[in-house]
Design a protein around this ligand. Sequence first.
Ligand SMILES: *[C@@H]1O[C@H](CO)[C@@H](O)[C@H](O)[C@H]1NC(C)=O
Ligand SMILES: *[C@@H]1O[C@H](CO)[C@@H](O)[C@H](O)[C@H]1NC(C)=O
Ligand SMILES: *[C@@H]1O[C@H](CO)[C@@H](O)[C@H](O)[C@H]1NC(C)=O
Length: 443
Amino acid sequence: MSWDTIITFMRVSSLSGSAMALAFLQSPTSAKAEEEPILSLSTDSAFHFEVLVSLGEALYGGSDLAPVLGAAKNITPGDFESFSQAFQQLAYKTKDQAQDEEANYDPVNVGETWFSAATYFRRADFYLHNNWTNPLINTLWDEQTKAFDKGLSSLPIPGKRLQIPADNFTVEAIWYEPIPHLYKNQTSKRPTLILGNGYDGAQEDLYHTVVVAALARGWNCLTYEGPGHPTVRRKQNLGFIPDWERVVTPLVDYLLKDRSNVVDKDKLALFGFSFGGYLAARAAAFEPRISAVVLDGGVWDSFEAFSPNLSPELKELFDAGNKEAFDEAGRGLLDNPLVPSQARWGLAQGMWAFNTQSPFNFLQATKKYAVKDFITQIKVPVFVADAESEGFFSGQPQMVKDALGDLATLYTFKGAEGYHCQAGAFSSLNRVMFGWLNKVLPK
Ligand SMILES: *[C@@H]1O[C@H](CO)[C@@H](O)[C@H](O)[C@H]1NC(C)=O
Ligand SMILES: *[C@@H]1O[C@H](CO)[C@@H](O)[C@H](O)[C@H]1NC(C)=O
Ligand SMILES: *[C@@H]1O[C@H](CO)[C@@H](O)[C@H](O)[C@H]1NC(C)=O
């Protein structure tokens, strides 16, 4: 989720060899508990954030608080293996519980338990992408998918997995419909959210961050994954592509054709989380049938956000196109336990999601993920979220807002609600976002 990782990567890269080792020997995980706006969940700031994400999903049935805090207690700061182990243990234990629940069938029990197991399997996978041949990358994901599907089928109106063909790949999606609304006197056609994640999140996570809240408000939801996203990356071996309308346009076609009986074509909102703030902006610029856009957060230029943080030496290697030397320096960081977790993970995840073994090629690829050439082609209202503890995109949500002028509303989440993507404060996110959507969409 977090792009601040890249900053750290760049700063770390400015130290080399023994200087780097020395710099991190005493404080490998840069504990700054007193600087966090909430109670610290790990002295490793990356783990603190990831545990908070898992806790946050409890609100919408994706986890349970004490079990997550119990797993967190067994995680060693800086140790990816221990993070994975702690969540694997919790995941398999929860899976056993879910199987027991099935014996005395209660759909609510069964659904909650399987959904939690699925979340824990996703967490167990999170730090494993630095080694592509690790079989757990696929086995844990298969477990999460099967567990999540059990959860989906236990819903009063089961979520439906879809494979939607795009030009030369397939979009993975899940369609959700709300229970006919209790307090709104709803006509048969409803507003619909199309939701995509970013650098690392799964469409399954979106169910426990926004979809449950949207269904409660009477919205249809279509979550999706395109190239670079977890399941498409695994099943189709595809990394991110910049021209994201190739992913979203087939989804809009699907909604307006196959779901036209329940989809109000004038209330079609597109949501992008994290790096998905770039993806959604790009798609909306080239897909005029979208009625409103939510960018959480606003991404102006992915490469510009971190290139100033390259050390002079690395910048020189990069600008000179010295791929070999740059790759060597980058790869050296991946397995070095003295490098902060955030930095190691950010680089490993970027290489994996962009489908390249080369740090140089990964950075080069991010140059294509900038909105300045097309952002003004968006002609519908845009909600741009900023977050006080964001760090990485600092200044960029404002640039997106400024380019869009009166079409855009910029909202900054602050204090304890101000983590990247409002981790742990998804209720706040949803209240603010749906308040805005109610205002801008036709009555
Ligand atoms: C990657 O994982 C595979 C399979 O577990 C293992 O054999 C290999 O040694 C690992 N590579 C590295 C560099 O750790
Ligand atoms: C898919 O199509 C795009 C655009 O036409 C092209 O750039 C890309 O190489 C194609 N990918 C594959 C896997 O065929
Ligand atoms: C809902 O709509 C029906 C038909 O238009 C109307 O008779 C009824 O009073 C409405 N109910 C509420 C709670 O507004």
